[in-house]
Design a protein around this ligand. Structure first.
Ligand SMILES: [Zn+2]
Ligand SMILES: [Zn+2]
Length: 330
């Protein structure tokens, strides 16, 4: 089986390589991968900026069909259309695991970084990670459930970041920003989405989802809740300045480096800064609920389904912020 594999640490060292066929272990299932989304983390892995245990097939946003079940797994899973959480192993013993926060388990191992991931025809995952998809949801759009679960964790846990009626500013209209805007709206927020001049297509998509938009060429927008999804230094600086006194600032975007920020504003304006790392089982349930109730739309974010063999083109397009979300189909 050929998978898109990080072969060794450092920049590059990424390509299609022969990988072992997954075998359904006890408590696990094998998925026939339908589609797997390319995310910023995959670009950081390609650049050698995000730690992996090599060689490893990358990819962690996945939808597929259960084709094999291991010992102890209910056979009713066979043939199910699913999305999967990204954890392959957590200790189950630590305080975080006990509190339903396996994302913080120090022994956590994830698909696409520690064990083989989703940019391959087949994938092994624990059955506890599976979430059934609504029948009507496109398998190609369904990998977006993963970033949606991450957004739900950052914005809804332990309590919604935006109160009903709050003015919310989302900075960075990439896939995560467009999901965050929809989650904030579902929580009752009045959402404005802001980007740069090169975000034209993404801001058009935001407009299509019913959001007010602006670019950094236009006057600043203030808000009670600022959700920073660009991961750029400029976005973070503008976001801290845009948060009203007593407001909330949520950092979701990753800079991948140390940045210089006007942190005194946190004191002067009594800002509350929060974030979230990856997702939790409860944030996945919230995400799937929002999808099932059609309060979050995934399809408008899907730009193109690209064959696995053409991965380089899809990675380049993601890097250039062309379109919104590219998924690979093995
Ligand atoms: Zn991701
Ligand atoms: Zn643990």
């Amino acid at each position: 089986m050929r998978g898109l594999t990080k072969l060794a640490p450092g920049p590059g060292n990424l390509g299609l390589a022969d990988r072992p066929e997954p075998i359904a272990l006890e408590g696990h299932v094998v998925l026939e991968v339908a589609a797997a989304g390319i995310c910023g983390t995959d670009l950081h892995i390609a650049d050698g900026e995000y730690e992996t245990v090599t060689p490893v097939t990358i990819g962690h946003e996945v939808s597929g069909v259960v084709t094999e079940v291991g010992e102890g797994v209910d056979e009713s899973w066979l043939g199910a259309r699913v999305a999967s959480e990204t954890y392959f192993f957590t200790c189950g013993q630590c305080a975080f695991c006990h509190a339903g926060r396996p994302n913080l388990c120090p022994e956590r191992q994830s698909i696409g970084t520690h064990v083989d991931g989703a940019f391959a025809p087949r994938l092994l995952v624990p059955v506890a990670n599976l979430h059934r998809l609504p029948d009507w949801l496109d398998a190609e759009a369904a990998p977006l459930c993963e970033p949606l679960a991450c957004v739900c964790h950052s914005l809804l846990e332990p309590a919604p970041a935006a109160e009903p009626g709050a003015e919310v500013l989302v900075i960075g209209p990439g896939p995560v920003g467009l999901l965050a805007a929809q989650v904030a709206k579902a929580a009752g927020g009045n959402v404005h989405v802001r980007g740069t001049l090169r975000d034209g297509q993404r801001l058009t998509a935001a407009g299509g989802l019913g959001f007010e938009t602006s670019t950094t060429e236009e006057p600043p927008v203030e808000a009670d809740v600022v959700i920073e999804c660009s991961g750029s230094e400029a976005g973070m600086v503008a976001g801290l300045a845009a948060a009203r006194r007593g407001g909330r600032y949520v950092q979701i975007g990753l800079a991948g480096r140390t940045v210089a920020l006007p942190f005194d504003l946190v004191c002067f304006h009594e800002l509350r800064i929060t974030s979230g790392f990856a997702s939790t089982p409860s944030s996945w349930r919230k995400a799937l609920e929002l999808v099932a109730e059609r309060r979050v739309q995934l399809e408008p974010l899907l730009t193109e389904v690209v064959p696995l063999a053409d991965w380089e083109r899809a990675f380049a397009a993601t890097r250039a912020a062309e379109g919104i979300k590219f998924v690979l189909a093995p």
